[in-house]
Design a protein around this ligand. Structure first.
Ligand SMILES: Cc1cc2nc3c(=O)[nH]c(=O)nc-3n(C[C@H](O)[C@H](O)[C@H](O)COP(=O)(O)OP(=O)(O)OC[C@H]3O[C@@H](n4cnc5c(N)ncnc54)[C@H](O)[C@@H]3O)c2cc1C
Length: 447
C-alpha cells in the first residue's frame, strides 16, 4: 500500500486520551487524515458520569465530553463499535474484528483499562456485572427495571468504582453490601482515617461494609440467576445482583509481546513506546509520575487527557515532553468531599506527616526533605488545590509546614516570594484539573 493511502494519524480509544491527542493534532495539522477507532458505539463521554446515568437516567447527550459534531468539525473518521483485533506494528497496519484492515503512519494506543474479573464459582451467573462503561450502567439499569421492588446487591471491591456503583444503587433504592479484601475501603486513594469518614457516610446510608474478606462463591439459582454469595469465612450474603469492582488493569491485549510493557505500556517523556511511530497514553500507559520520580500507571482522567495532548503534538511533528502526572482524585460520594494526591501513606520513617482533625474533617500532608509528596483532605477540601500545586511545583515548605493543614491556610500564609510568584503565574493547564462532571453547555444535543 502506498504511503499516501495510509491514515496519517490513527487513534485506538475514544476517551480522554484519544480526544486529547486528536485536539492537539488538529491544532498543528488541520488536514492530515485522522481516524479514531473504538469498540464502544458512542461519541466520547465522561466515564465518571456512568453512575449518574444509572441513578438518575442521565442521557448520553448530557454525558458527552465534546460537542456531537466534534468528529465532523475536526475531519476525523469515527470508526465506532469496531474492535481492533490485532496490530502489525512493523507493517503499520491493523485488523478490525470485522475483518477490515486499516493502514497507518502514526498510531496511538489509548485503550484504557479493563476491569479485573476473578475466576470464582458462580462468576458466570446471569446478573454479575462490571461497572466501567456506559453499557455496564445500562445493563444494571435494565436489571433493576425488570426486578422492581426489594433488590439486594453485593459489590465486590470497595475502591472508587465500587463506591461509585454503590452510590448509584443506593439512590435506586437497592440495599448494598460491599465486600472489600483489604482493611478499609478506598485503600488505594485514602489512608485508614480518611476512608473512615467515607465509610461512616456509607453506613449512614444503610450500606453494609465487610472488610478483610473476599467472596468465595456466588450461588446460582436453577435458572442461572444470582442467589446470594458465600464469603471466604463461610458467611452467607443475600444478593440478587453482583457488581465486580475489584480493580482495573491496563488493557494490554494489542501490545502484548510487541511493545515494552510492565504493568502498563512503557512510554518515554514524549509518550512514545518502544516501537517507532507508536505512542500510548492514559490508563493503558505507564508514564512519568512526578511524585515517585518513576513511570507508573496513574489511572485518572486529567492525566489521560494531558498525556494525550503531548502525544498529539509529537505525532504531528512537534517536540513536546510530558511533565508528569500523579494519582490525584477528587470525589464526592454520599456527600463527603475528598481529595487525595500523590502518596497517601508515608512509605518509611524518613517522611514527615502533618495532620489536622476536626468534626468530620481530616487533613493530612506528607513531606520528605521539605517537599510535599502527598495529601489527603476529607470534609474540608477548599485549600487542597494550593497544596497540590505546591507539591507539583516542588516548592520547599519547611518554613510553614504546620500552616498547610490549618483552618485559615491560604495563599497569604505562604512566604511573600512564593505567593507573589504564584499570583503572577496563572496555574498551569494540567494543575488540578477536576474531571468533567458537568459537560459544557454547548455539548447539549438538540432533541
Ligand atoms: C466509574 C468510574 C468513575 C471514575 N471516576 C473518576 C473520577 O472521579 N476522576 C478521575 O480522574 N477519573 C475517574 N475515573 C477514571 C477515568 O475515567 C479514566 O482514568 C479515564 O477514562 C482514562 O481514559 P483513557 O482515554 O485512558 O481510557 P478509557 O476511558 O478507558 O477509554 C479507552 C477506550 O478504548 C477502547 N478500546 C480499548 N481497546 C480497544 C480495541 N482493541 N479496539 C477498539 N477500542 C478499544 C475502550 O473500549 C474505551 O472506549 C473513573 C472511572 C470509572 C470507570
Amino acid at each position: 500500500m502506498a504511503k499516501t493511502d495510509k491514515i496519517k494519524y490513527l487513534i485506538i480509544g475514544n476517551s480522554a486520551g484519544g480526544i486529547g491527542a486528536a485536539e492537539a493534532i488538529r491544532e498543528l495539522d488541520k488536514a492530515g487524515t485522522m481516524a479514531i477507532v473504538s469498540d464502544e458505539p458512542y461519541p466520547a463521554y465522561s466515564r465518571p458520569l456512568i453512575s449518574e446515568h444509572l441513578f438518575e437516567g442521565r442521557p448520553l447527550e448530557r454525558m458527552l465530553y465534546r460537542a456531537p459534531d466534534f468528529y465532523e468539525q475536526n475531519n476525523i473518521q469515527a470508526v465506532f463499535g469496531e474492535k481492533v483485533a490485532q496490530v502489525d506494528f512493523s507493517g503499520h497496519s491493523l485488523k478490525l474484528e470485522s475483518g477490515r484492515s486499516l493502514a497507518w503512519q502514526k498510531l496511538l494506543l489509548a485503550t484504557g483499562g479493563v476491569p479485573i474479573v476473578p475466576r470464582m464459582e458462580g462468576g458466570d451467573a446471569k446478573d454479575v456485572f462490571t461497572f466501567t462503561r456506559l453499557d455496564d450502567a445500562k445493563a444494571i439499569d435494565k436489571f433493576l427495571n425488570k426486578h422492581k421492588g426489594k433488590t439486594q446487591a453485593l459489590v465486590i471491591g470497595g475502591g472508587l468504582i465500587g463506591v461509585s456503583a454503590t452510590e448509584a444503587l443506593v439512590r435506586r433504592g437497592v440495599k448494598v453490601c460491599i465486600v472489600e479484601m483489604k482493611d478499609w475501603i478506598l485503600n488505594t486513594i485514602l489512608d485508614e482515617e480518611g476512608a473512615a469518614l467515607e465509610a461512616k457516610a456509607l453506613v449512614e446510608a444503610d450500606v453494609d461494609i465487610i472488610t478483610g474478606h473476599t467472596v468465595a462463591k456466588i450461588n446460582k439459582s436453577p435458572s442461572g440467576a444470582v442467589d446470594g454469595a458465600v464469603l471466604d469465612d463461610g458467611r452467607s450474603i443475600a444478593a440478587d445482583l453482583v457488581v465486580v469492582a475489584i480493580g482495573v488493569t491496563p488493557r494490554l491485549e494489542l501490545a502484548d509481546g510487541q511493545l515494552k510493557t510492565n504493568r502498563g505500556i512503557i512510554v518515554d517523556r514524549r509518550m512514545a513506546t518502544s516501537q517507532p511511530d507508536v505512542y500510548a497514553c492514559g490508563d493503558v500507559a505507564e508514564a512519568y509520575d512526578f511524585v515517585f520520580g518513576e513511570n507508573r500507571v496513574t489511572p485518572v482522567w486529567p492525566n489521560a487527557y494531558v498525556g494525550g495532548r503531548i502525544v498529539g503534538q509529537n505525532m504531528a511533528g512537534g517536540k513536546a515532553e510530558y511533565q508528569g502526572g500523579t494519582a490525584m482524585n477528587s470525589l464526592k460520594y454520599f456527600g463527603v468531599n475528598i481529595v487525595s494526591a500523590g502518596m497517601v501513606a508515608p512509605p518509611d520513617k524518613s517522611y514527615e506527616v502533618i495532620i489536622q482533625r476536626g468534626d468530620g474533617i481530616y487533613k493530612k500532608v506528607i513531606l520528605k526533605d521539605g517537599l510535599i509528596t502527598g495529601l489527603v483532605f476529607a470534609g474540608d477540601i477548599e485549600k487542597s488545590g494550593i497544596i497540590y500545586n505546591l507539591m507539583k511545583d516542588k516548592v520547599r515548605v519547611d518554613g510553614f509546614k504546620e500552616e498547610l493543614v490549618s483552618d485559615d491556610f491560604g495563599l497569604a500564609s505562604l512566604p511573600e516570594e512564593i505567593w507573589r510568584a504564584r499570583l503572577a503565574v496563572p496555574p498551569s493547564e494540567e494543575a488540578f484539573i477536576v474531571p468533567p462532571v458537568e459537560p459544557p453547555e454547548e455539548v447539549v444535543m438538540d432533541e
